[in-house]
Design a protein around this ligand. Sequence first.
Ligand SMILES: [Zn+2]
Length: 249
Amino acid sequence: MRRESYRDRALVVRTHDFGEADRIIVLLTRNHGIRRGVAKGVRRSKSRFGSRLQHFVDIDVQLYPGRNLESVTGADTVAYYGSGIIDDYERYTAACAALESAERLATAAQEGDPWLFDHLTETLARMQQTKHPTVVLDGFLLQAMTHAGWAPSLFDCAQCGAPGPHHAFHPAIGGAACVQCRPPGSAEVPEEALHLMWLLNHSHWPAALQLVESAEGGHLSTTAHRLTRAHLQWHLEQKVTSLGVMDQT
Ligand SMILES: [Zn+2]
């Protein structure tokens, strides 16, 4: 097998220290999906590019394929999104959750996805100055699920198509549920929470933020976050299960 080094844009989604001076880096690349690489010697102070191999840096990276791990042989900074994020606890945790979710989505897709990479960098840029980090995270997750083909139905009943608004939600049937279709264990939700998710999924940011800043906004955004996470979790588990089944056949 011919092995040649290649370049790609990437965001660091995880790092682990390895040995005395090396670091294992998990990258979401723009065109090659998730890549795991080792950056040798980067924890030494004279390392040329060690400081760029961290969260929230958009890098132009050079990788050399290896048997298990690739070697990171160079990295140039394209953009730095850390300012405004690393010194703000809420933005930091929401941004980390976006990176972690992007890693899981990219792993489930098993191929390069420039849209996901671009959408993640836009989300980090938005995160740097938002007053509502969790809402920005939910917008990222909803749009990423729509891109993956798992968009929750947020108005019509996901099962029978009866027009909403409805007051129940269950990931197993694909989102909103009417009174006839709601499965046991459905979450009882205010219709405005589903409307907030719909606005976020369609990038109607000003209208979404207006709703979040209304009197009921705190409650609505908490509910929207819970449903978004539940929907993501359910679909990632389905995906992992179906990949496991495919591996066995
Ligand atoms: Zn129905």
